[in-house]
Design a protein around this ligand. Structure first.
Ligand SMILES: Cc1cc2nc3c(=O)[nH]c(=O)nc-3n(C[C@H](O)[C@H](O)[C@H](O)COP(=O)(O)OP(=O)(O)OC[C@H]3O[C@@H](n4cnc5c(N)ncnc54)[C@H](O)[C@@H]3O)c2cc1C
Length: 569
């Protein structure tokens, strides 16, 4: 009986981070639910115990059901019959097992039948589910939509939709259209208001919608006639029982085959407005996408963990030239890099989750009472930091999961190219993570602001000001040198900030900052547990070499060289 939580001690390590006390205290707001709900926790220890036990259940379901189903789900995939998406048999079994265990709507308040989970254990569950089956993780992870309804919907909408999640309602996030992908300001699906009926209706096409035939859909639509940008868009909730959406087709994809990606036609579909008009994209979808980016971060770490384990297992068993291939430096280097990178992105994942946790909890607290000036300041600090860490996480975790899956196939040799081993599926599944929920390029567009306004440097300096064990001094000195180079190159490139050169080098600068931040996060981990020292050491050694290379390229780059790259213009 496999348990994907208990067999990975890194998870418990991150769950027990010192900042969890603050996350939990804020989330449980003086543990006041204990007076109203039998199963609500009494204090911090009680809450952590519940998180731990629930994650054990998630780990068991993943080890016994979702993981073993992954191959058949990948082969069978979903089908479209009579305008209805029929999941593969394994997918239905997976979902039912999670619904039966009460694991849908995990982060919702108890009054909506949720578990009131803090973001950290919720994201951890997402990592575990993704390790078992990254495609299925999308179906399960779309419960994020419940969080958006909870955050921005009025009481009537919350009362109508939120309790349905616990009972197993599935969800979808309908944003993309044929002409509106990265640029969601171009969304054209029309929302019109019928005053007599006091009812909104949706008309138009959505493309690439995961779980498009879900019970509850959040739909981004143009509600303001004559508008052409993001300020004319509002968010709506559509209930599948209306039967006014045609699923035109299910896409035939490279990977995550268990998760249906649909093209949808809305035909006078009645829908309800979430929150206020005009804030659909600029406020609500931005928040929804940030949660979804955290979700893709978790999915990427889950994929990385799965790929690393498959490679390690294979390398220990496969013998060539008279010994197991794991004993060849070329192979053990690949495997060590997988482990180090996975440790790095996992650290970034849970650091980001804690930031989101804290600022969101302050937001919910402020609905019941006014925050003190110190609390407002604290909320602002965590919210800004979360805004900076989220694109970094989405960018680096998704890119690393691809690199790790690529190397894991390599470790398998020819066998890795065959469908006989899970790594072939894992490799295909990894590919989407750098594309949806904002491509890597769009994460750089978001993150470069933090380079320009000095935010990343500020957070790096906060790490630098911390005291570390003497044993870790070499690693810290390395990070200080990396920071000096980072500051220097930003100053050089900044001179051309108004030109395309700034955008041209953006990714390099963002990745330099990421190498330093992840290095410090691993150093923090090593402070709590010296087992992480090796990862911190190797990560920073490699990070330093990579940063040097980027530095040299940027330092010697002449703005005139940009012309060489503009082949098509
Ligand atoms: C399997 C799958 C599932 C999906 N699920 C959902 C879902 O559930 N809901 C939903 O709404 N959408 C979903 N999507 C859509 C997904 O979010 C988009 O595909 C993605 O945002 C990219 O948009 P696009 O495909 O139109 O690419 P484009 O926007 O056309 O981008 C093409 C290329 O141009 C680059 N590019 C574009 N603009 C810029 C810029 N300003 N700067 C630098 N580079 C740029 C991109 O990085 C990319 O490399 C899904 C997509 C797939 C493939």
């Amino acid at each position: 009986m496999a348990n994907y939580y208990n067999d990975n001690e890194n998870l418990n390590f991150h769950l027990n981070h010192p900042l969890m006390k603050k996350c939990v205290d804020l989330k449980e707001d003086n543990y006041k639910d204990a007076a109203h709900f039998d199963f609500a926790p009494l204090d911090f220890e009680d809450t952590m115990d519940t998180y731990n036990k629930t994650l054990e259940i998630v780990g068991e379901i993943c080890g016994d059901i979702i993981g073993p189903n992954a191959e058949s789900v990948d082969q069978e995939g979903p089908q479209l019959k009579d305008n209805e998406v029929i999941y593969a048999k394994g997918t239905s079994q997976n979902y039912k097992s999670l619904v039966d265990a009460g694991l849908i709507g995990m982060s919702l308040p108890r009054k909506y039948k949720g578990l009131n989970f803090s973001i950290v254990p919720y994201v951890m569950a997402a990592e575990i589910v993704s390790r078992a089956d990254a495609g299925f993780a999308n179906i399960w992870g779309l419960q994020d939509c419940a969080e958006t309804i909870h955050e921005f919907g009025d009481d009537a909408i919350k009362d109508e939709f939120l309790p349905r999640f616990f009972d197993g309602a599935t969800a979808a996030m309908d944003l993309t259209e044929p002409d509106a992908g990265s640029d969601l300001q171009a969304v054209m699906l029309k929302a019109s208001y019928n005053e007599e009926e006091d009812q909104w209706y949706l008309n138009g096409v959505k493309r690439f919608i995961t779980n498009g035939d879900a019970d509850i859909s959040l739909v981004l639509a143009r509600s303001e006639e004559g508008s052409s940008d993001g300020r004319g868009l509002s968010l709506f909730v559509y209930d599948r029982t209306e039967q006014k959406v045609v699923v035109r087709r299910i896409e035939n994809k490279m990977g995550i085959k268990g998760s249906p990606t649909c093209e949808l036609v809305f035909e006078n579909a009645p829908a309800k407005l979430v929150g206020n008009r005009r804030l659909g994209l600029i406020k609500y979808v931005m928040s929804l996408m940030n949660s979804a980016r955290l979700g893709v971060g978790a999915q990427s770490v889950g994929i990385a963990e799965a790929a690393y384990r498959e490679a390690l297992k294979y390398a220990k068993e496969r013998e060539q030239f008279g010994k197991a291939i794991i004993h060849y430096p070329a192979v053990y280097e690949m495997i060590t890099n997988m482990k180090v990178k996975t440790d790095g992105i996992r650290s970034l994942l849970y650091a980001t989750s804690r930031l989101v946790d804290i600022y969101k909890s302050y937001g919910f607290l402020s609905e019941g009472r006014s925050l003190t000036p110190e609390e407002r300041k604290d909320q602002k600090y965590y919210s800004r930091k979360a805004d900076m860490f989220t694109p970094l996480l989405k960018l680096i975790a998704s890119e690393y999961s691809n690199e790790i899956a690529y190397d894991a196939v390599q470790v398998h040799g020819g066998t890795g190219f065959m469908k006989d081993f899970p790594i072939e599926r894992i490799y295909r599944d990894a590919r989407i993570t750098t594309i949806y929920e904002g491509t890597s390029q769009l994460q750089v567009v978001a993150a470069i602001r933090g380079i320009g306004n000095g935010s990343y440097l500020k957070y790096i300096q906060e790490f630098e000001a911390q005291e570390y064990n003497e044993d870790l001094n070499t690693i810290k000195s390395r990070l200080i040198k990396m920071t000096e180079k980072f500051e220097k190159i930003v100053t050089i490139v900044e001179k051309d900030k108004m030109s395309e050169l700034w955008d041209f080098h953006a990714r390099r600068m963002v990745e330099m900052a990421a190498n330093i931040i992840i290095g410090y996060l691993l150093l923090d981990d090593a402070m709590r547990d010296m087992n992480y020292k090796k990862s911190a050491d190797i990560f920073t050694q490699k990070g330093m070499a990579q940063n040097e290379e980027k530095f040299n390229y940027m330092e010697n780059f002449d703005i005139k060289d940009l012309e060489h790259f503009q082949l098509s213009s």
